[in-house]
Design a protein around this ligand. Structure first.
Ligand SMILES: Cc1cc2nc3c(=O)[nH]c(=O)nc-3n(C[C@H](O)[C@H](O)[C@H](O)COP(=O)(O)O)c2cc1C
Length: 282
C-alpha cells in the first residue's frame, strides 16, 4: 500500500469514527447504546491516561530505586554519615561485576547499569535452577554486582546482594562480610513484602542487629548458617552459626536460611569468596 492510499484510509477511518460519535450523541440519553458507548469512550480515555503516566514516570521510578539502593549500600558498608554526602560516600566503594561460576571479576561492563533482576529474566544471562533451588529463584543470574570497601588498598568489607523467597514475597538484601569472606559485618533487607509485625521483622533493626559477628561458613567453606526456631543457646558450640528465629514467622526465617545458604554456596558467591579471601590472605 502506498503512502497516499494509507493516509486516505486513515482519513476515511477518522471520518467514520467522528460520524459514529455524532450518531451516538444524537441518541436519546436513556438509550442503553448511548450509556454503553459513553462508558467505553471513558474507559479508553482513562486507560490511555494511566498508561501514558506509567510510561512517563518509569525513568523517575528507576532513578529513585537506584538512589535508594546506593543509600542502602553506603549504610551497610558503614560509610553513611550526615557530613559525607551520598555520592561522596558511594565513591569510596569499589563496584565490580563477578562471574559466579568462575568467581572472577568481569571487566569492560558498566556495572552501574547492570541489573541482576533483568539478567535473571534473560535466558542468555542466567541459569535455570531446575534441580536445586532452595532460595526459590527459578533462574540464577550468571553475573552479580559486588561492592568492596578498601582502606589504603587493603580489603575491609565485601558487600553482596542477596535475594530469595520468603513466605509471600522475594526478599532483597545486602550482606556485608569481613575480608575472611565468612564473618558478617552487617545485613539489611531493603525490599520485602512479608506480613507487617510477623515476617516483615526480617527488615527490623532489632533482628538484623543479631547478625554482626555470626560466621556463615564452616572451616571447609560450607555454608552452615541457620536461622533457628526460637532462641539460640549461646553456650552451644555452634552458636556462632545460628541466629534466633523471627517469632511467629518461621517460614520467613527459613527463607533467610535458604537464601543465605544458596548465595554463599557453589552456585552463588562461593567461588568468588574463596578467591577474594584467599587472595587477600596471600
Ligand atoms: C495472616 C497471616 C500472615 C502471616 N504472615 C507470615 C509471614 O509473613 N511470615 C511467616 O513466616 N509466617 C507468617 N504467618 C504464619 C505462618 O502461616 C506460620 O504459621 C508461621 O510461619 C509458623 O511460625 P511459628 O512456628 O514461629 O509460629 C502468617 C499467618 C497468617 C494467618
Amino acid at each position: 500500500m502506498s503512502a497516499d492510499s494509507r493516509s486516505q484510509a486513515a482519513g476515511a477511518g477518522l471520518t467514520g469514527l467522528v460520524a459514529w460519535i455524532k450518531a451516538v450523541f444524537r441518541l436519546p440519553n436513556d438509550d442503553p447504546r448511548k450509556t454503553l458507548a459513553v462508558a467505553l469512550v471513558l474507559c479508553l480515555a482513562c486507560s490511555m491516561v494511566v498508561s501514558a503516566t506509567a510510561v512517563s514516570l518509569r525513568p523517575l521510578q528507576e532513578r529513585k530505586a537506584a538512589l535508594a539502593l546506593k543509600s542502602e549500600i553506603v549504610k551497610v558498608a558503614g560509610l553513611g554519615s550526615a557530613e559525607v554526602g551520598l555520592d561522596a560516600a558511594f565513591a569510596q566503594i569499589e563496584t565490580r561485576l563477578v562471574d559466579l561460576d568462575s568467581g572472577s571479576f568481569v571487566e569492560g561492563v558498566d556495572v552501574l547499569s547492570y541489573s541482576y533482576r533483568d539478567a535473571a529474566k534473560d535466558s542468555s544471562a542466567s541459569t535455570a535452577l531446575d534441580d536445586a533451588d532452595p532460595a526459590g529463584l527459578s533462574r540464577r543470574p550468571d553475573r552479580m554486582p559486588v561492592y568492596l570497601v578498601r582502606d589504603a588498598g587493603q580489603l575491609e568489607t565485601i558487600i553482596l546482594p542477596i535475594y530469595g523467597a520468603g513466605l509471600w514475597s522475594t526478599m532483597h538484601g545486602l550482606l556485608a562480610l569481613a575480608p575472611d569472606g565468612r564473618t558478617v559485618k552487617s545485613l539489611t533487607f531493603y525490599e520485602q513484602r512479608e506480613t507487617a509485625g510477623l515476617g516483615s521483622e526480617v527488615a527490623g533493626e532489632s533482628w538484623l542487629s543479631e547478625w554482626p559477628g555470626k560466621v556463615l561458613l564452616d572451616a571447609s567453606g560450607e555454608p552452615v548458617i541457620e536461622v533457628v526456631k526460637g532462641t539460640v543457646d549461646a553456650s552451644a558450640a555452634n552458636a556462632q552459626h545460628r541466629v534466633d528465629g523471627l517469632s511467629g514467622a518461621t517460614l520467613t526465617s527459613n527463607g533467610v536460611t535458604n537464601l543465605m545458604r544458596f548465595w554463599l554456596g557453589p552456585q552463588g558467591y562461593g567461588p568468588f569468596l574463596a578467591t577474594v579471601s584467599g587472595r587477600e590472605r596471600g
